[in-house]
Ligand binder design. Structure first.
Ligand code: FAD
Ligand code: 2HG
Ligand code: ZN
Length: 489
């Protein structure tokens, strides 16, 4: 079995292949613990990796040669982008080699007529969006981690984000993919065509596959015009039912200009206030808040529509109070009360995250039921004797996607035992999804059966085995020989 262990001669090969010192972080022949730390630890500080080698290729050709070598030598690999994933999928939890896409960061082309962008997978989302902004376009995905996440990582997780309601999912916007299979084969499907019904649409397999069948190295994606007029409103509501009705009315009144409808409960906003010390947008306290955004090309038209909507929801007593951003600074400030939630919830040391799809009428019930459960066993309280700081819910109401977060004073087995499989069973009973947008990673791998049938799982395994046959030949439990980290077995 020692033949499968990473050794110095492997490292020497990679140094020769990638040429420069900075392309290989080598913890095999020397102590590089500090340099490896960022790759061995996730954003939540929940999962710990044990890699001793990080490779930072600069081209698709280099990725291909890395993968071929790893396949021939039965060395396990985990792709890593910006390492902002929330399910531990990018962490070498065994001792895999990390293939980082950080240096695959060129914007290859942008066509100002069609709006098609072609870029390396390691480009940072915000950098790409800035490039597009200069050309009056925008990326069809936006999320709180935009300053660090890579567009390849976005595709690999099929990230949803804040404007899926408006621009749809990456499955619709991605036109082409370049990827490297576990055996080193380059899949060159970087099409820029909008229409191409010639056989299977294989690129879709890589979107949301979390790196299990290959490493995405290039992306071709259709980008929409950047909206000229953006309005953001934030309001307080008495109960969840009113939020649901406010959403229904938003679709009715705002239709094509509605670009986001986000829900935040009072608990989440209180915790943001506590951590940031910022003054909340509204004077009063409410059990629920919504953030609504319109984007369009004609400010007067959008203002008129939004005005009509606000008048309606106020007259019907659907909302209790609200504020409308008057300028760009206020737009950003209102968004910070939504986008800042994930970071603030980790403030006390730990956070259990559940990212679920549930039919809208019951979307928030999961938060109340989870809070009641943790309360009944005495785990929630204000002082340090209680492990749980808060049980809150927020998320993409427009997509029926709830983020249930349980903020704790550290990761705690007793709390976890109360939450899992309770949350997954709860979601299964409502025919929901246990992973709406973050993927399975290491966190949800054991629970996939709550959302997928045996038949579907077997089809997934067939695909994995087809593209990563080396993995199939290896006895279970020997992570060092997984060719691309396998989350579906
Ligand atoms: P990583 O974390 O590096 O990797 C994620 C997974 O993809 C891993 O399994 C990894 O192995 C694989 N992978 C990475 N790159 C590649 C590649 N090139 N080829 C193949 N596999 C690859 N998600 C949402 O859906 N919506 C949100 O609104 C949202 N908001 C977030 C806000 C914050 C503050 C944070 C921290 C995260 C948020 N996320 C959200 C999680 C989301 O998954 C990531 O932010 C993002 O999509 C991951 O990109 P990344 O480059 O960081 O990928
Ligand atoms: C968001 O919508 C992200 O802010 C993160 O998907 C959600 O941290 C979470 O649970
Ligand atoms: Zn989200």
């Amino acid at each position: 079995m020692s033949v499968w262990k990473l050794n110095n001669s492997h490292v020497q090969y990679f140094k020769w292949l990638l040429g420069s010192e900075s392309a290989v972080i080598d913890g095999v022949s020397k102590d590089a613990t500090a340099d490896l730390e960022a790759f061995n630890c996730d954003w939540m500080r929940k999962y710990r990796g044990h890699t001793k080698l990080v490779l930072r290729p600069r081209s698709t050709g280099e990725v291909s040669r890395i993968m071929k070598y790893c396949s021939d030598n039965m060395l396990a690999v985990v792709p890593q982008g910006g390492n902002t994933g929330l399910v531990g999928g990018s962490i070498p939890v065994f001792d895999e080699i990390v293939v980082s896409t950080a240096r695959l960061n060129n914007i290859r082309s942008f066509d100002e007529v069609s709006g098609v962008l072609v870029a390396d997978a390691g480009c940072i989302l915000e950098v790409v969006d800035r490039h597009l902004a200069e050309r009056s376009y925008t990326f069809p995905l936006d999320l709180g981690a935009k300053g660090s996440c890579h567009i390849g990582g976005n595709l690999a997780t099929n990230a949803g984000g804040l404007r899926l309601l408006r621009y749809g999912s990456l499955h619709g916007n991605v036109l082409g993919i370049e990827a490297v299979l576990p055996n080193g084969t380059v899949v060159d499907e970087l099409s820029t065509l909008r229409k191409n019904n010639t056989g299977y649409d294989l690129k879709q397999l890589f979107i949301g596959a979390e790196g299990t069948i290959g490493i995405i190295t290039g992306v071709s994606i259709l980008c929409p015009q950047r909206p000229k007029a953006v309005n953001v409103a934030y309001f307080g509501l008495e109960n969840f039912e009113k939020a649901r009705l406010a959403f229904r009315e938003a679709k009715r009144h705002l239709s094509e200009v509605l670009s986001a409808f986000e829900l935040m409960d009072g608990g989440s906003q209180d915790l943001v206030e506590k951590v940031t010390n910022n003054r909340p947008p509204l004077k009063g306290k409410y059990p629920f808040y919504c953030l609504i955004e319109t984007s369009g090309s004609n400010k007067e038209h959008d203002d008129e529509k939004l005005g009509g909507y606000l008048e309606f929801v106020l007259n019907e007593h659907l909302i209790s109070d609200g504020v409308l951003a008057q300028d760009e600074t206020q737009v950003r400030s209102l968004w910070s009360w939504r986008e800042g939630i994930p970071e603030c919830l980790g403030h006390w040391g730990g956070v259990y995250k559940y990212d679920v799809s549930i039919p809208l009428p019951e979307l928030y019930q999961l938060v109340d039921d989870t809070r009641a459960r943790l309360s009944s066993v005495g785990l929630i309280g204000d002082d340090e004797n209680f492990p749980v700081v808060g049980v809150v819910g927020y998320g993409h109401m427009g997509d029926s996607n709830l983020h249930l977060n349980v903020s704790t004073r550290g990761f705690d087995k007793e709390v976890e035992k109360q939450l899992e499989p309770f949350v997954y069973e709860w979601v299964q009973k409502r025919n929901g999804s246990i992973s709406a947008e973050h993927g399975l990673g290491i966190a949800k791998k054991p629970f996939i059966g709550y959302s997928r049938s045996h038949k579907m799982l077997n089809m997934m395994k067939d695909i994995k085995n087809l593209y990563d046959p080396v993995r199939r030949a290896i006895p279970d439990g020997l992570s060092t020989v997984a060719n691309v980290y396998n989350q579906n077995e």
